[in-house]
Design a protein around this ligand. Structure first.
Ligand code: HEC
Ligand code: HEC
Length: 296
Protein backbone atom coordinates (compact mmCIF):
# COMPACT_ATOMS: atom_id res chain seq x y z
CA UNK A 1 0.00 0.00 0.00
CA UNK A 2 1.49 3.32 -0.98
CA UNK A 3 1.03 6.45 1.10
CA UNK A 4 -1.76 7.99 -0.97
CA UNK A 5 -3.85 4.79 -0.70
CA UNK A 6 -3.19 4.79 3.05
CA UNK A 7 -4.28 8.40 3.30
CA UNK A 8 -7.39 7.64 1.27
CA UNK A 9 -8.46 4.69 3.46
CA UNK A 10 -7.78 6.74 6.61
CA UNK A 11 -9.95 9.53 5.24
CA UNK A 12 -12.66 6.99 4.35
CA UNK A 13 -12.67 5.54 7.85
CA UNK A 14 -12.84 9.01 9.33
CA UNK A 15 -15.84 9.81 7.11
CA UNK A 16 -17.53 6.52 8.08
CA UNK A 17 -17.12 7.27 11.76
CA UNK A 18 -18.46 10.77 11.16
CA UNK A 19 -21.63 9.39 9.54
CA UNK A 20 -22.10 6.29 11.74
CA UNK A 21 -21.77 8.16 15.04
CA UNK A 22 -24.80 10.41 14.71
CA UNK A 23 -26.84 7.60 13.11
CA UNK A 24 -26.18 5.35 16.14
CA UNK A 25 -26.90 8.18 18.55
CA UNK A 26 -30.13 8.91 16.67
CA UNK A 27 -31.28 5.25 16.67
CA UNK A 28 -30.33 4.55 20.29
CA UNK A 29 -32.80 6.58 22.34
CA UNK A 30 -35.62 6.14 19.81
CA UNK A 31 -35.59 2.41 20.54
CA UNK A 32 -34.96 2.83 24.25
CA UNK A 33 -37.95 5.09 25.03
CA UNK A 34 -41.06 3.02 25.67
CA UNK A 35 -42.34 4.47 28.91
CA UNK A 36 -46.02 4.85 29.67
CA UNK A 37 -47.31 8.37 30.08
CA UNK A 38 -47.44 9.71 33.57
CA UNK A 39 -50.89 9.39 35.15
CA UNK A 40 -52.01 11.27 38.26
CA UNK A 41 -53.79 9.00 40.69
CA UNK A 42 -57.43 9.71 41.42
CA UNK A 43 -56.98 8.39 44.95
CA UNK A 44 -55.62 10.54 47.73
CA UNK A 45 -56.28 13.76 45.80
CA UNK A 46 -56.12 15.65 49.10
CA UNK A 47 -59.00 16.04 51.50
CA UNK A 48 -59.73 19.67 52.35
CA UNK A 49 -56.98 20.47 54.82
CA UNK A 50 -59.12 22.82 56.88
CA UNK A 51 -62.29 22.98 58.94
CA UNK A 52 -63.90 25.71 56.80
CA UNK A 53 -65.40 23.98 53.76
CA UNK A 54 -68.02 25.70 51.55
CA UNK A 55 -70.39 23.64 49.38
CA UNK A 56 -72.84 24.69 46.66
CA UNK A 57 -76.53 23.71 46.52
CA UNK A 58 -75.72 20.33 44.94
CA UNK A 59 -73.26 19.52 47.73
CA UNK A 60 -70.04 20.03 45.77
CA UNK A 61 -67.06 21.60 47.52
CA UNK A 62 -66.50 25.09 46.07
CA UNK A 63 -63.90 26.38 48.52
CA UNK A 64 -61.83 25.44 51.54
CA UNK A 65 -58.71 26.66 53.24
CA UNK A 66 -57.45 28.89 56.02
CA UNK A 67 -55.28 31.97 56.47
CA UNK A 68 -52.30 30.12 54.91
CA UNK A 69 -53.89 28.96 51.65
CA UNK A 70 -57.43 29.20 50.28
CA UNK A 71 -58.61 26.89 47.50
CA UNK A 72 -61.47 27.83 45.13
CA UNK A 73 -63.30 25.93 42.41
CA UNK A 74 -63.11 27.66 39.01
CA UNK A 75 -66.45 29.35 38.29
CA UNK A 76 -68.98 26.89 36.81
CA UNK A 77 -70.07 29.70 34.47
CA UNK A 78 -66.77 29.21 32.59
CA UNK A 79 -67.47 25.55 31.76
CA UNK A 80 -69.11 26.19 28.36
CA UNK A 81 -66.16 28.30 27.17
CA UNK A 82 -63.88 25.64 28.64
CA UNK A 83 -65.53 22.88 26.61
CA UNK A 84 -64.92 24.80 23.37
CA UNK A 85 -61.29 25.50 24.28
CA UNK A 86 -60.83 21.87 25.28
CA UNK A 87 -62.19 20.53 21.98
CA UNK A 88 -59.87 22.92 20.10
CA UNK A 89 -56.67 22.36 22.05
CA UNK A 90 -56.79 19.05 23.91
CA UNK A 91 -59.23 16.58 22.37
CA UNK A 92 -56.92 15.32 19.59
CA UNK A 93 -54.83 13.60 22.24
CA UNK A 94 -56.90 13.26 25.43
CA UNK A 95 -60.12 12.46 23.53
CA UNK A 96 -63.37 14.43 23.39
CA UNK A 97 -64.54 12.81 26.65
CA UNK A 98 -61.22 13.73 28.36
CA UNK A 99 -60.72 10.06 29.26
CA UNK A 100 -57.38 9.72 27.46
CA UNK A 101 -58.84 7.82 24.49
CA UNK A 102 -58.19 9.68 21.21
CA UNK A 103 -60.42 9.42 18.10
CA UNK A 104 -58.67 6.23 16.90
CA UNK A 105 -59.99 4.47 20.03
CA UNK A 106 -56.66 3.40 21.57
CA UNK A 107 -57.44 3.00 25.29
CA UNK A 108 -54.74 4.39 27.58
CA UNK A 109 -53.01 6.24 24.74
CA UNK A 110 -52.92 9.45 26.80
CA UNK A 111 -53.45 10.36 30.46
CA UNK A 112 -57.07 10.19 31.58
CA UNK A 113 -58.11 13.65 32.83
CA UNK A 114 -61.33 12.56 34.55
CA UNK A 115 -61.12 13.24 38.27
CA UNK A 116 -57.58 14.67 38.44
CA UNK A 117 -58.95 17.88 40.01
CA UNK A 118 -58.93 21.50 38.76
CA UNK A 119 -55.46 22.28 40.19
CA UNK A 120 -53.88 19.51 38.06
CA UNK A 121 -55.49 20.70 34.80
CA UNK A 122 -54.69 24.33 35.62
CA UNK A 123 -51.05 23.55 36.50
CA UNK A 124 -50.33 21.70 33.25
CA UNK A 125 -51.86 24.48 31.14
CA UNK A 126 -50.50 27.49 33.05
CA UNK A 127 -46.98 26.03 33.17
CA UNK A 128 -47.18 25.78 29.36
CA UNK A 129 -46.70 21.99 29.44
CA UNK A 130 -50.09 21.54 27.74
CA UNK A 131 -51.22 21.49 24.99
CA UNK A 132 -48.19 19.28 24.31
CA UNK A 133 -46.30 19.86 21.08
CA UNK A 134 -45.18 16.24 20.78
CA UNK A 135 -47.65 13.42 21.50
CA UNK A 136 -44.82 11.03 22.46
CA UNK A 137 -43.25 13.31 25.01
CA UNK A 138 -42.03 11.54 28.16
CA UNK A 139 -41.71 14.70 30.22
CA UNK A 140 -43.48 17.72 28.76
CA UNK A 141 -41.30 20.77 29.43
CA UNK A 142 -42.31 24.11 30.90
CA UNK A 143 -43.09 26.74 28.21
CA UNK A 144 -44.71 30.12 27.86
CA UNK A 145 -48.39 29.26 28.38
CA UNK A 146 -50.49 29.11 25.21
CA UNK A 147 -53.79 29.71 27.02
CA UNK A 148 -54.21 32.61 29.41
CA UNK A 149 -55.22 32.38 33.09
CA UNK A 150 -58.95 32.73 32.42
CA UNK A 151 -58.87 30.15 29.61
CA UNK A 152 -56.94 27.70 31.80
CA UNK A 153 -59.56 28.07 34.54
CA UNK A 154 -62.30 27.57 31.94
CA UNK A 155 -60.81 24.28 30.70
CA UNK A 156 -60.31 23.17 34.32
CA UNK A 157 -63.97 24.04 35.05
CA UNK A 158 -65.26 21.95 32.15
CA UNK A 159 -63.02 18.91 32.82
CA UNK A 160 -63.99 19.08 36.49
CA UNK A 161 -67.70 19.24 35.64
CA UNK A 162 -67.36 15.67 34.26
CA UNK A 163 -66.43 14.35 37.72
CA UNK A 164 -65.92 16.97 40.44
CA UNK A 165 -62.72 16.39 42.44
CA UNK A 166 -59.98 18.04 44.46
CA UNK A 167 -57.62 19.82 44.80
CA UNK A 168 -59.15 23.17 43.82
CA UNK A 169 -57.19 26.23 42.58
CA UNK A 170 -54.95 27.51 45.42
CA UNK A 171 -54.18 31.08 46.52
CA UNK A 172 -51.29 31.21 49.02
CA UNK A 173 -51.23 34.05 51.58
CA UNK A 174 -47.49 34.62 51.79
CA UNK A 175 -47.64 37.46 54.33
CA UNK A 176 -48.65 34.83 56.92
CA UNK A 177 -45.73 32.52 56.08
CA UNK A 178 -42.51 31.84 57.99
CA UNK A 179 -39.56 31.72 55.63
CA UNK A 180 -37.08 30.00 57.96
CA UNK A 181 -39.54 27.17 58.69
CA UNK A 182 -39.96 27.03 54.91
CA UNK A 183 -36.22 26.65 54.39
CA UNK A 184 -36.06 23.70 56.80
CA UNK A 185 -39.10 22.03 55.23
CA UNK A 186 -37.67 22.59 51.74
CA UNK A 187 -34.37 20.98 52.73
CA UNK A 188 -36.27 17.98 54.09
CA UNK A 189 -38.91 17.49 51.36
CA UNK A 190 -37.72 19.07 48.13
CA UNK A 191 -33.94 19.57 48.00
CA UNK A 192 -33.17 15.91 47.25
CA UNK A 193 -34.57 16.39 43.76
CA UNK A 194 -34.54 20.16 43.11
CA UNK A 195 -31.22 20.83 44.98
CA UNK A 196 -31.04 23.18 47.96
CA UNK A 197 -30.52 26.14 45.57
CA UNK A 198 -33.66 25.14 43.63
CA UNK A 199 -31.72 24.98 40.37
CA UNK A 200 -32.99 21.50 39.49
CA UNK A 201 -31.18 18.28 38.68
CA UNK A 202 -31.32 15.17 36.51
CA UNK A 203 -33.33 12.17 37.76
CA UNK A 204 -33.43 8.59 36.44
CA UNK A 205 -34.55 7.53 32.93
CA UNK A 206 -34.04 10.81 31.05
CA UNK A 207 -36.25 12.80 33.41
CA UNK A 208 -35.28 15.81 35.51
CA UNK A 209 -36.48 17.94 38.37
CA UNK A 210 -36.81 21.44 36.88
CA UNK A 211 -35.41 24.71 38.20
CA UNK A 212 -37.72 26.58 40.60
CA UNK A 213 -36.28 30.01 39.75
CA UNK A 214 -39.25 31.39 37.83
CA UNK A 215 -42.42 29.72 39.09
CA UNK A 216 -45.35 31.84 40.38
CA UNK A 217 -46.39 31.12 43.99
CA UNK A 218 -49.79 29.54 43.20
CA UNK A 219 -48.13 27.12 40.75
CA UNK A 220 -45.68 26.03 43.46
CA UNK A 221 -48.70 25.11 45.63
CA UNK A 222 -50.31 23.31 42.67
CA UNK A 223 -47.13 21.27 42.09
CA UNK A 224 -46.86 20.32 45.78
CA UNK A 225 -50.55 19.38 46.07
CA UNK A 226 -50.83 17.50 42.74
CA UNK A 227 -47.37 15.95 42.20
CA UNK A 228 -46.72 16.37 38.45
CA UNK A 229 -44.76 13.64 36.63
CA UNK A 230 -42.13 11.98 38.80
CA UNK A 231 -42.70 14.36 41.67
CA UNK A 232 -44.51 12.87 44.68
CA UNK A 233 -47.83 14.41 45.69
CA UNK A 234 -47.73 15.95 49.15
CA UNK A 235 -51.15 15.86 50.78
CA UNK A 236 -51.77 15.00 54.45
CA UNK A 237 -48.07 14.95 55.30
CA UNK A 238 -47.71 18.73 54.78
CA UNK A 239 -50.28 21.14 56.26
CA UNK A 240 -51.34 24.28 54.40
CA UNK A 241 -49.26 26.28 56.88
CA UNK A 242 -46.18 24.22 56.00
CA UNK A 243 -46.84 24.42 52.24
CA UNK A 244 -47.25 28.20 52.54
CA UNK A 245 -43.90 28.40 54.40
CA UNK A 246 -42.18 26.38 51.63
CA UNK A 247 -43.71 28.58 48.91
CA UNK A 248 -42.47 31.70 50.70
CA UNK A 249 -38.96 30.22 50.80
CA UNK A 250 -39.10 29.29 47.09
CA UNK A 251 -40.43 32.67 45.95
CA UNK A 252 -38.06 34.75 48.10
CA UNK A 253 -34.76 33.05 49.03
CA UNK A 254 -34.55 30.82 45.95
CA UNK A 255 -35.90 33.28 43.40
CA UNK A 256 -34.15 36.36 44.84
CA UNK A 257 -31.09 35.02 46.68
CA UNK A 258 -28.83 37.41 48.55
CA UNK A 259 -25.29 36.12 48.48
CA UNK A 260 -23.51 37.19 51.67
CA UNK A 261 -20.22 35.68 50.37
CA UNK A 262 -20.08 37.87 47.25
CA UNK A 263 -20.88 36.62 43.75
CA UNK A 264 -23.45 33.81 43.64
CA UNK A 265 -21.96 32.30 40.44
CA UNK A 266 -25.47 31.37 39.35
CA UNK A 267 -25.94 29.05 42.31
CA UNK A 268 -24.81 26.07 40.25
CA UNK A 269 -23.38 24.19 43.24
CA UNK A 270 -19.96 23.20 44.57
CA UNK A 271 -18.64 21.32 41.51
CA UNK A 272 -19.31 24.09 39.01
CA UNK A 273 -18.16 26.70 41.50
CA UNK A 274 -14.99 24.66 42.10
CA UNK A 275 -14.24 24.70 38.38
CA UNK A 276 -14.71 28.44 38.21
CA UNK A 277 -12.40 28.80 41.21
CA UNK A 278 -9.86 26.53 39.53
CA UNK A 279 -10.00 28.32 36.18
CA UNK A 280 -9.70 31.76 37.77
CA UNK A 281 -7.12 30.70 40.37
CA UNK A 282 -4.85 28.63 38.15
CA UNK A 283 -5.42 30.99 35.23
CA UNK A 284 -4.29 33.99 37.27
CA UNK A 285 -1.27 32.08 38.61
CA UNK A 286 -0.29 31.08 35.06
CA UNK A 287 -0.56 34.68 33.92
CA UNK A 288 1.51 35.78 36.89
CA UNK A 289 4.14 33.13 36.10
CA UNK A 290 4.20 34.25 32.48
CA UNK A 291 4.68 37.87 33.52
CA UNK A 292 7.46 36.98 35.98
CA UNK A 293 9.18 34.75 33.40
CA UNK A 294 9.13 37.36 30.64
CA UNK A 295 10.93 40.01 32.63
CA UNK A 296 14.55 40.24 31.77
C1 HEC B 1 -50.23 16.36 21.30
C2 HEC B 1 -50.96 15.62 22.30
C3 HEC B 1 -51.50 16.39 23.51
C4 HEC B 1 -52.31 17.51 23.51
C5 HEC B 1 -52.84 18.29 22.32
C6 HEC B 1 -52.60 17.79 24.90
N1 HEC B 1 -51.99 16.87 25.70
FE1 HEC B 1 -52.08 16.78 27.73
N2 HEC B 1 -50.74 15.25 27.74
C7 HEC B 1 -50.16 14.68 26.61
C8 HEC B 1 -49.10 13.77 27.02
C9 HEC B 1 -48.23 12.96 26.08
C10 HEC B 1 -49.04 13.83 28.44
C11 HEC B 1 -48.04 13.13 29.37
C12 HEC B 1 -46.83 14.08 29.45
C13 HEC B 1 -45.96 13.92 30.66
O1 HEC B 1 -46.14 12.98 31.46
O2 HEC B 1 -45.08 14.81 30.84
C14 HEC B 1 -50.09 14.76 28.85
C15 HEC B 1 -50.37 15.06 30.18
C16 HEC B 1 -51.39 15.90 30.59
C17 HEC B 1 -51.79 16.13 31.96
C18 HEC B 1 -51.21 15.45 33.20
C19 HEC B 1 -52.01 14.20 33.40
C20 HEC B 1 -51.84 13.60 34.75
O3 HEC B 1 -52.14 12.42 34.88
O4 HEC B 1 -51.45 14.31 35.67
C21 HEC B 1 -52.83 17.02 31.95
C22 HEC B 1 -53.61 17.54 33.14
C23 HEC B 1 -53.06 17.37 30.56
N3 HEC B 1 -52.19 16.68 29.76
C24 HEC B 1 -54.03 18.27 30.13
C25 HEC B 1 -54.12 18.73 28.82
C26 HEC B 1 -54.98 19.82 28.43
C27 HEC B 1 -55.95 20.55 29.36
C28 HEC B 1 -54.78 20.01 27.09
C29 HEC B 1 -55.35 21.11 26.22
C30 HEC B 1 -55.16 22.48 26.68
C31 HEC B 1 -53.81 19.01 26.65
N4 HEC B 1 -53.43 18.27 27.73
C32 HEC B 1 -53.38 18.85 25.34
C33 HEC B 1 -50.53 14.92 25.31
C34 HEC B 1 -51.30 15.99 24.89
C1 HEC C 1 -38.67 12.81 43.82
C2 HEC C 1 -38.22 14.07 43.32
C3 HEC C 1 -38.98 15.34 43.69
C4 HEC C 1 -39.27 15.84 44.94
C5 HEC C 1 -38.97 15.22 46.29
C6 HEC C 1 -39.92 17.11 44.70
N1 HEC C 1 -40.03 17.36 43.37
FE1 HEC C 1 -40.84 19.03 42.51
N2 HEC C 1 -40.63 18.18 40.68
C7 HEC C 1 -40.01 16.98 40.42
C8 HEC C 1 -40.15 16.67 39.01
C9 HEC C 1 -39.63 15.44 38.30
C10 HEC C 1 -40.87 17.75 38.42
C11 HEC C 1 -41.26 17.91 36.95
C12 HEC C 1 -42.51 17.13 36.62
C13 HEC C 1 -42.83 17.10 35.14
O1 HEC C 1 -42.61 18.12 34.47
O2 HEC C 1 -43.28 16.07 34.65
C14 HEC C 1 -41.13 18.68 39.51
C15 HEC C 1 -41.81 19.90 39.33
C16 HEC C 1 -41.94 20.85 40.31
C17 HEC C 1 -42.47 22.18 40.10
C18 HEC C 1 -42.94 22.76 38.76
C19 HEC C 1 -41.77 23.43 38.08
C20 HEC C 1 -42.05 23.82 36.65
O3 HEC C 1 -41.11 23.79 35.86
O4 HEC C 1 -43.19 24.13 36.32
C21 HEC C 1 -42.43 22.82 41.30
C22 HEC C 1 -42.87 24.24 41.58
C23 HEC C 1 -41.89 21.88 42.27
N3 HEC C 1 -41.60 20.70 41.64
C24 HEC C 1 -41.71 22.15 43.62
C25 HEC C 1 -41.37 21.18 44.57
C26 HEC C 1 -41.39 21.42 45.98
C27 HEC C 1 -41.70 22.74 46.64
C28 HEC C 1 -41.06 20.22 46.58
C29 HEC C 1 -41.02 19.89 48.07
C30 HEC C 1 -42.24 20.08 48.81
C31 HEC C 1 -40.79 19.25 45.51
N4 HEC C 1 -41.00 19.88 44.32
C32 HEC C 1 -40.38 17.95 45.73
C33 HEC C 1 -39.38 16.16 41.34
C34 HEC C 1 -39.47 16.30 42.71
Amino acid sequence: MNTSALKRSAALMFLLALVAGPVLVFLGPANAVSRNHYQTSRKNAGTPNSTKVTRNSSGQVVSYGNNSITYNAPSAALAQLGRALYLQNCATCHGDKANGVPADGTAGAYPNLIGVGPATVDFWIESGRMPAANPRTVQAARHVARLNHQQALAVAAWVDSLSPSLPLIPTPHLKNANVSDGAALFALNCAACHTIEGSGDALAANTYAPSLRNIPAFQVVEAIRTGPGNMPRFTGNLSDKQVNDIVKYVTTEIQHPNNPGGFGLGGLGPVAEGFIGLALGVGLLALLGYWVGERD
